[in-house]
Design a binder for this molecule. Structure first.
Ligand SMILES: *Cc1c(COP(=O)(O)O)cnc(C)c1O
Length: 469
């Protein structure tokens, strides 16, 4: 299997080459040259596999430069009951008839990003070991991504993490999750500023090409193909649990921000998984809902990007969206390059109104948006009717899912985080706090390992240099 860039660059690469890279050299995103096709007989065979063995079958269609035995060992080490809490790894939880949740948030940081990041940690350690190289991951986080990356990379050989976050601005639970890690290869940098300052620092350091090369700086952001392909697995696992035979179809509703999660659903559907609809749910930051309704993709400025109670979906542009546009435009790399590097830069938007119909009719997309009031109502209603407590992001997904249910087709809503991470909104909705999994009892009181630094890229560089010995 070879990988190409969405912007038409002629190079083709193998999986392990793109594993440790970010964007393609022309600024595009990597995609496989073609989507492997899964027929009914194969689906039949996969239906009864364990999650780890299913992951192996799917990943081995995309990864041919890791020996089979090694790849199988990596996925078996990753997807265990110990790490993800249940034998199913991603169990379904029924709500009203025809609607259920797929629990993707029982990993170490209680958000779905663990599903891919835990595998990425093992893949990085494996590939760096094979090459005899090291990597220093520099990131910026306001919550979920940073903690998922740290829990995936902790104790891994050849990898260090330098994670910047805005000082004093994450929830106490999220701070405790990250700062209580005592592993020598994990460095928390609390920056005296806001999240944008953290992102600016990461950009400034990455643009210092000498420093970047010398200290082998890398990232784990959501455009990484390995993260995306790991997410394809739980669409298959959800389908098998939600159906009895391969003649049935299901729909998925996906709380969306950077379009990474639902893009994995698109890949699963392209492989032949019988998915009726892929429902994109946004919060008030509705770039994606606007596109699927109107065909206009209009990125937002900082002033039009809202801070909401589902903060992991607060995005101004959807960084993985280019992958879907590439397929939507029948893989015309020159056109994608024009739209994303020229038209967007010049006008801040592009218009594909005809293609929006194709997105719906041929690719199964539907969309909707949800507000703070919707989240409160959905959390309350789900608690009162089913005794199930859901988080704010999952609430966005469930609200929009209910608008898109079709008779006879199960709707699977991806649960992307647990309520404990967003306790304040749960209290607002229910008048009581969320349940806390036993392993997180008292984490706010654990010793914290964090360095406070001013919003200054030079000081962050000095810190990295001093800790790379
Ligand atoms: C990251 C995240 C999302 C958004 O996922 P994308 O892949 O960016 O669309 C939704 N919910 C939670 C809890 C998240 O952490």
């Amino acid at each position: 299997m070879l990988y190409l860039s969405t912007r038409g660059h002629p190079d083709r690469k193998r999986f392990c080459e793109i594993l440790l890279e970010g964007l393609a050299p022309d600024g595009g995103l990597y995609l496989p040259e073609r989507y492997p096709q899964v027929d009914a007989a194969t689906l039949g065979k996969w239906r009864t596999l364990s999650y780890a063995d299913l992951a192996y079958e799917i990943l081995s269609l995309y990864i041919d430069d890791i020996p089979a035995g090694d790849l199988r060992a990596l996925v078996r080490k990753t997807y265990t009951e110990e790490v993800f809490g249940t034998k199913e790894i991603v169990p379904l939880k029924p709500l009203e008839p025809g609607v259920c949740l797929e629990a993707l948030s029982n990993g170490p940081t209680l958000a779905f990003k663990d599903m891919a990041m835990q595998l990425l940690g093992n893949l990085f350690e494996y590939e760096l070991g094979r090459r005899g190289e090291e990597l220093n991951i520099l990131g910026a986080t306001s919550g979920d991504t940073g903690s998922a990356a740290e829990y995936a990379m902790r104790g891994k050989k050849g990898v260090r993490v330098f994670m910047t976050s805005p000082h004093g601005r994450m929830s106490p639970f999220q701070q405790a999750q990250m700062f209580s890690l005592q592993d020598a290869n994990i460095h928390n940098l609390a920056i005296e500023g806001v999240f944008d300052d953290c992102q600016d620092i990461v950009k400034a350091v990455s643009n210092d090409h000498d420093f970047k090369r010398r200290y082998r700086i890398g990232t784990v952001n959501s455009i990484n193909w390995a993260r995306l392909v790991a997410q394809v697995v739980y669409y298959f696992a959800g389908y098998f649990q939600g159906t009895r035979s391969n003649d049935e179809r299901v729909s998925f509703a996906v709380p969306s921000g950077n379009f990474g999660n639902v893009c994995a659903g698109h890949v699963a559907r392209m492989m032949g998984l019988p998915i009726a609809k892929l429902v994109v749910a946004t919060n008030e930051n509705d770039v994606l809902d606007e596109f699927f309704r109107t065909g206009v993709y209009r990125v937002r400025g900082a002033r039009d990007t809202y801070e909401t109670s589902s903060p992991s979906m607060d995005i101004s542009k959807a960084s993985n969206f280019e992958r879907f546009v590439f397929d939507l435009l029948e893989r015309d790399g020159a056109r994608v390059r024009y739209l994303f590097s020229e038209e967007l830069a010049a006008k801040g938007q592009f218009d594909l109104s005809h293609a929006a119909l194709v997105a719906r009719d041929r690719y199964g997309f539907a969309s909707g948006r949800s507000t703070h009031a919707d989240r409160l109502a959905t959390i309350r209603d789900t608690w009162q009717r089913f005794g199930t407590m859901i988080d704010t992001h999952t609430a966005d997904g469930l609200k929009v899912a209910r608008e898109q249910v079709q008779p006879g087709i199960p709707m699977i809503v991806l649960e992307t985080a647990l309520p404990i991470k967003f306790a304040a909104t749960i209290v607002e909705a229910l008048g009581r706090g969320p349940e806390r999994p036993a392993r997180f009892a008292g984490i706010e009181d654990l010793p914290k390992r964090v360095t406070v630094l001013p919003a200054d890229a030079e000081q962050v560089k000095q810190f990295i240099a001093a800790h790379c010995a």
